[in-house]
Design a protein. Structure first.
Length: 220
């Protein structure tokens, strides 16, 4: 089997090792002897449990009479890929998040069936694990230590039970405000501002939770 044919069939490093080995009529034990490793090591590489190191990959290419570049260009195993710092981020799906006015956000506090897409003024692509998201542009001096004016804030409106220290959006006397949640008795919404005139807001039954901050994007 030619290398182009192998390349069409195998995308992962392990898959390319397996296809090249079979095309040469070699068993896993045969290949292991040629490379100087154990047969279980070959089995682990082919099944995607581990990827061979670069120097071993070079030996594999020689033993399989194939290109090192072709072997190395295969997809890494899921186990190895998860070691990369960006792995969890890359796996998160992309959502087109509706950008709405902060006033419109108050509707979500009063109506759990309200659809932020029906209020959308624009859309923003965001990678996130949740799909219950909307965004708005923040301009509030009460939280200027945490968010610059003009920051785009993404809210998960299914997250209505904030943890201590988490920023959340709540409707206070009908008006949406973004504050830091403090889990006291009673809980309070705390400013994060350079202006000491802003005070904490005690949370009672008149304060309706809209959602928690998941992403903030500073626009320059």
């Amino acid at each position: 089997m030619s290398q182009p044919q192998l390349q069409a069939q195998a995308r992962s490093i392990g898959g390319r090792i397996r296809e090249a080995r079979k095309s040469r009529g070699l068993s896993q034990a045969d290949l292991a002897r040629r490379v100087g490793v154990s047969q279980p090591a070959i089995a682990n590489w082919e099944s995607g449990i581990h990827d061979p190191r670069r120097i071993t990959l070079s030996k594999l290419a020689d033993a399989l009479q194939t290109s090192l570049d072709w072997l190395a260009a295969g997809d890494r195993s899921a186990f190895e890929a998860d070691k990369h710092a960006a792995a969890a981020y890359i796996r998160r799906p992309l959502h087109h998040v509706p950008v709405i006015s902060v006033r419109a956000a108050a509707l979500l506090a009063r109506d759990i069936n309200a659809d932020p897409h029906s209020m959308a003024e624009d859309y923003l692509p965001v990678t996130a694990s949740s799909s219950t998201l909307f965004a708005f542009i923040l301009d509030d001096e009460a939280v200027n230590l945490a968010f610059h004016s003009g920051t785009i804030v993404v809210i998960d409106y299914a997250a209505r039970a904030p943890t201590d220290g988490e920023f959340c959006l709540a409707a206070v006397a009908g008006a949406p405000v973004l504050r830091r949640w403090r889990d006291d008795t009673p809980p309070r919404l705390e400013p994060a501002s350079t202006d000491p005139s802003f005070r904490a807001i005690a949370v009672d039954r008149t304060v309706l939770m809209i959602g928690c901050v998941r992403v903030s994007i500073r626009v320059h």
